[in-house]
Design a protein. Structure first.
Lengths: 116, 111
């Protein structure tokens, strides 16, 4: 089954304790992305990756890191989490489409993070 | 810059009522437009899309038409069901191939 998986699904942690949220896709997609979803703000992009070893900042990158060492994996790293990073996080992927491609993205089930 | 504005919710309807969720956009050119749906406890799923002006996207009884004159992509359904209760997001393709989302509209359908 084609899918994007995230782990963990739920995480409660304390300020300053480094954590990693994993994301994996089995569709051989080049493009992967992380979003956070907050009430009244919708989804905002944190980081994205066009391919292996190619990453770039989205709209809200502060406090986050990513890496793309393999095509299928795109972990999100919070080196020193703070309470304002409490949110619902989604990973997404899509094939690399050029020109007028529709750029449909496939989303994981989400990770609910609480930082106390 | 590019942006999406959609009507605020929540929207509460009775089963079989007509649904409209308004969405307007600001963008350079004519980007692809999307409606995504998020059912409770799940990730986002693509509901429908339109890649050029005057295109109509449709799926599961939902429709939206890409109107460049009014820069709009309103979502409609003639007869909603309880199972349509979800959060609906309008989005456009950004210049980097990313998605730019509206804030979402929560729909609750009562039996």
């Amino acid at each position: 089954e084609a899918q994007v998986t995230q782990n963990p699904r739920y995480l409660i942690t304390v300020t300053g304790k480094k954590l990693t949220v994993t994301c994996s896709q089995n569709m051989n997609h080049e493009y992967m992305s992380w979003y956070r979803q907050d009430p009244g703000l919708g989804l905002r992009q944190i980081y994205y990756s066009m391919n292996v070893e190619v990453t770039d900042k989205g709209d809200v990158p502060e406090g986050y890191k990513v890496s793309r060492k393999e095509k299928r994996n795109f972990p999100l790293i919070l080196e020193s989490p703070s309470p304002n990073q409490t949110s619902l996080y989604f990973c997404a992927s899509r094939p690399q489409v050029s020109g007028t491609g529709s750029y449909e993205q496939y989303f994981g089930p989400g990770t609910r993070l609480t930082v106390t | 810059g590019n942006s999406v504005t959609q009507m605020e919710g929540p929207v509460t309807l009775s089963e079989e009522a007509f649904l409209t969720i308004n969405c307007t956009y600001t963008a350079t050119g004519y980007p692809s437009l999307f409606w995504y749906v998020q059912y409770p406890g799940e990730g986002l799923q693509l509901l429908l899309k339109a890649t050029k002006a005057d295109d109509k996207g449709s799926n599961k009884g939902f429709e939206a038409t890409y109107r460049k004159e009014t820069t709009s992509f309103h979502l409609e359904k003639g007869s909603v069901q309880v199972s349509d209760s979800a959060v609906y997001f309008c989005a456009l393709r950004g210049s980097q191939g990313n998605l730019i989302f509206g804030k979402g509209t929560k729909l609750s359908v009562k039996p």
